[in-house]
Design a binder for this molecule. Structure first.
Ligand code: XMP
Length: 501
């Protein structure tokens, strides 16, 4: 047995000491950071892979603001893949595989497809897949016979104005405007359809110049996976769907199975960007990095809905966990980003996490009350709330079992089948009374759009950088000097001796 007597510290235990600053305006600072060595973001904020925080809507909003969302894994592979695709297809310089419909299918079918995929138009093809025309929402408006073939309402091939693979975004914009078009099909020299540029994409690009995008102008999105053998199938499907980064997420990441999974992923998917965690120690961070992770997620028990520390007695106060993990990587000479996961309540916490060595932060509950988080608001005592639940809470565990069951039900015998060993079969008859949760379910006030919360967080970060005499997050880390404060200091830091309305 050992005891470490140096105190473990968290955000409220410390303040950052102001540094001499030459930053004249909050606009002079750069809030960009690295999610992994290959993935840059304009703001260092990630929405958590929790089922009450990140699905398609949150992932879209986060990427548009300049952060990223990680779609949780407590759904079937098909559902998770669909969500990733929705984000990847939502915008881009060019839609590479536009949705198509055969010219002889009905108008009703076209309407259903547009609704399902949340798109405004379809490319019409013949049986061989050759371009025959275009059909948009406008063509379908108030049609007298929904059973008529799509070809009867489409804009036929010879009337379509098209671009070539060399058409630049600016040229596309000019053509779309000149002809008052919504869609510009891109055809190669042989007249084959190779993509589609939409007016919506041009508009979105102008609206969100900070957005986190890949080389093709598509929004970036991450997806969570687990450590079981069947997660390799999930991984393959998510990468094929275009997921930019995978988060290998287990409660105790410094464990044989997590290290082994990182090695397997590195071997089988050498190009994939892999974030691994969670850890809270020097050795934990180092081992996952040495196994091949591209970034390390740090946090054992700091989350607002976590009870791990109470239930198990284990954890490290988050500021110390970040510093220790950063020190572990540095000592091993490994320069990869750290993600501070959990416990962020204010922009001040965000600044402290970054100053302590994190490159980005992951946020759960603070975002769970937003419009973009899954689920509808509930009204209690006349006020709007949304539900948040720990992923190790009883409710989440029950939901997870349901999802696993649906996943298995959907698989045909012998095809892509997940192997179930006897132990797992027995486990599927779960006695819920015997489950030991490490998280709780709660409600948080409804908070409107996530963009507004992120705006406040980034505003605080900008000011924080200027107090730190830093123009970038890296400079903030280099210059950071923390001071431990007393309970009186904490009291003084909050508003006091006034009545808050
Ligand atoms: P915040 O404080 O932002 O934290 O809500 C989000 C992070 O909390 C972790 N998480 C859990 N930890 N039991 C835990 O011990 C749980 O049930 C649980 N659910 C989420 C997770 O790392 C998340 O990103």
């Amino acid at each position: 047995m050992k005891i470490r007597t140096a105190k473990g510290l968290t955000f409220d235990d410390v303040l950052l000491i102001p540094q001499r600053s030459s930053v004249a305006s909050r606009q002079d600072v750069n809030t960009s950071s690295w999610l992994t060595p290959k993935l840059a973001m304009n703001i260092p904020i990630i929405s958590a892979n929790m089922d009450t925080v990140t699905e398609t809507a949150m992932a879209l909003a986060m990427a548009r603001i300049g952060g990223i969302g990680i779609i949780h894994r407590f759904m079937t592979v098909e559902q998770q893949v669909r969500q990733v695709k929705q984000v990847k297809r939502s915008e881009g310089f060019i839609v590479e595989n536009p949705y198509t419909i055969d010219q002889n299918r009905s108008i009703a079918r076209a309407q259903k497809m547009m609704q399902e995929h949340d798109i405004g138009g379809l490319v019409v093809t013949d049986a061989e897949g050759k371009l025959m025309g275009l059909v948009t929402q406008r063509d379908l408006l108030l049609v007298p016979d929904e059973q008529a073939a799509v070809r009867t309402v489409m804009t036929p091939h010879d009337q379509i104005i098209s671009g070539t693979p060399d058409t630049s975004p600016d040229e596309a914009r000019a053509i779309l405007h000149e002809h008052r078009l919504e869609k510009l099909p891109i055809l190669d020299a042989a007249g084959n359809l190779v993509g589609l540029i939409t007016a919506q994409d041009v508009i979105k690009r102008q609206q969100n110049p900070q957005a986190t995008k890949d080389g093709k102008g598509r929004l970036r999105v991450g997806a969570a996976i687990g450590v079981k053998a069947e997660d390799l199938k999930r991984t393959e499907a998510l990468l094929a769907a275009g997921a930019d980064v995978l988060v290998l997420d287990i409660a105790h990441g410094h464990a044989d199975q997590c290290v082994a999974m990182v090695k397997t992923l590195r071997r089988d998917f050498p190009q994939a960007q892999i974030i691994a965690g969670n850890v809270a120690t020097r050795d934990g961070a180092r081992e996952l990095a040495e196994a091949g992770a591209d970034a390390i997620k740090v946090g054992i028990g700091p989350g607002s809905i976590c009870t791990t520390r109470i239930v198990t007695g284990f954890g490290v106060p988050q500021l110390t966990a970040i510093m220790d993990s950063a020190a572990g990587l540095q000592a091993a000479g490994i320069d990869i980003p750290i993600i501070a996961d959990g416990g962020i309540k204010t922009s001040g916490d965000l600044v402290k996490a970054l100053a302590a060595g994190a490159s980005t932060v992951m946020i759960g509950s603070l975002f769970a009350g937003t419009e973009e988080a899954p689920g509808s608001p509930v009204i209690r005592d006349g006020q709007k709330f949304k539900v948040v639940r720990g992923m190790a809470s009883l409710g989440a565990a029950m939901g997870r079992k349901e999802a696993e069951k649906r996943d298995l039900d959907q698989q045909e015998p012998g095809k892509n089948n997940v192997e179930i060993n006897d132990e797992e079969s027995a486990e599927s008859q779960v006695d819920w009374a015997k489950v030991v949760p490490e998280g709780v379910e709660a409600v948080v006030p409804y908070r409107g759009n996530v963009q507004e919360i992120v705006y406040q967080l980034v505003g605080g970060l900008r000011s924080g950088l200027s107090y730190g005499g830093a123009r970038s997050i890296r400079e903030l880390q280099e210059k950071a000097e923390f001071i431990e404060i007393s309970a009186a200091g904490v009291r003084e830091s909050n508003s006091h001796d006034v009545r808050r309305e």
